[in-house]
Design a protein around this ligand. Sequence first.
Ligand code: PMV
Length: 331
Amino acid sequence: MKTSAIAHSNIALTKYWGRRDAKLMLPDNSSVSMTLDRFFSHTTVEFDPKLKSDLFVLNHKSISGGNERIEFERFMNRVRSMAHSSLFCRVESKNNFPTAAGLASSASGFAALALASSKAAGLDLSGKELSQLARFGSGSASRSVFGGFVEFNAGIKKDGSDSFARSFANEAFWPDFRMIVSIVSLERKKWNSRIGMDATRTSSPYYPAWNKTANADTKKIKRLIQKKDFSGVGKLAESNCLRMHASMMTSDPALFYWEPVTLEVIKSVIKWREEGLESYFTIDAGPQVKMLCLKKNERALVKRLNKIKGVQKTVTCKAGPAARIITEHLF
Ligand code: PMV
C-alpha cells in the first residue's frame, strides 16, 4: 500500500560523534537532541510487483548512483528482510530545507523513510523498533522518530539491542526554548558525518577525551533540561560542541566544517552574551550556527544576526513533534 510519512530534523545539544560498530551503526557515546518544528522530510513509499529495481527520487531528482543510492538500497534491503519481502519499491522524498548542509537532512530523511517504508511493507513497528531501524540509515535519524527532547542511548550490547532513542520531554514541555538556525552556506559538506566520525575515532589523539566527556555531558544535560535550567543547558551544549569540533580538527585529515562567517557568529554570540543578551551556540558537521535562546531574547538576536554579512537566512525553531503517517502522497 502507498504510504507517506513526515519526520522532523533534530539538532543535538550533546553530540553523537564516533561509532563503536560501523556495520550496526552503534554510537560510541549517548547524545541528546531537540526535534525541530520548522524542518522536515516528507516521504512516500510504494512496493510494486511490476518494478525490476528500486526507484528513488530525492528533492525531485532521480538518484541512480553514488553514495546516496548505496545507502538507500542498503536501507531498503533491511526493510525487505524484516518484512520477508522481495518486492522493489518506488520512493519519493523531499526536504523543506537544504540537504547535506549540516541541518540534519539525513536524520529527518531516514526517520521518514523508516516509518513510511515499514508501514508500506506491512510492518507495525513500535517506537523503539522504528528508532533502531532509522539508526541504520544514520545515527541521528534514530532521534528524529520522536518529538521534543530526545535521548539516544549508545548502549553497551554488541548486537545493538540497547541502542535506540526515546523522548524524555515532549514538544510542549519547554514552550520558551528556541533554536535560531543561521544559514551561512548552502554548499554540500565535503566530508559526510560518517566518514568524518570514523576518521576522528581512528586518528585524533583527543578522541578518547571527547568520548569520555560526551557521555558525562549527555547525563548532565538531560537533568538540566528537566529542570529547565536555560543557562546550564546553553553552557553545556556550547562546550560539548567545541570539544567535538576540537576532536574533528585534530583528525587526519583535519576536518574543518566551519566557514569564516561561522566563527564570526560564534564571537558575536559570546559578545552579545557579555552585554546581557543571553544565547549559546551549537554547530554540527557543517558551517551553520544554531543558537539557543529563550523567547524573550529571540527578536533582538534575530535582528543582530541578520546584520552579519554572510548570514543568508535565519529560521527560528521550537521543539517539534514526532514522526507521523500522513495521507498526502508525493506521487
Ligand atoms: O547521524 P549522522 O551520521 O548524520 O551524524 C550526526 C553527527 C552530528 O550531527 C555532528 C551530531 C549529532 O548528534 O547529530
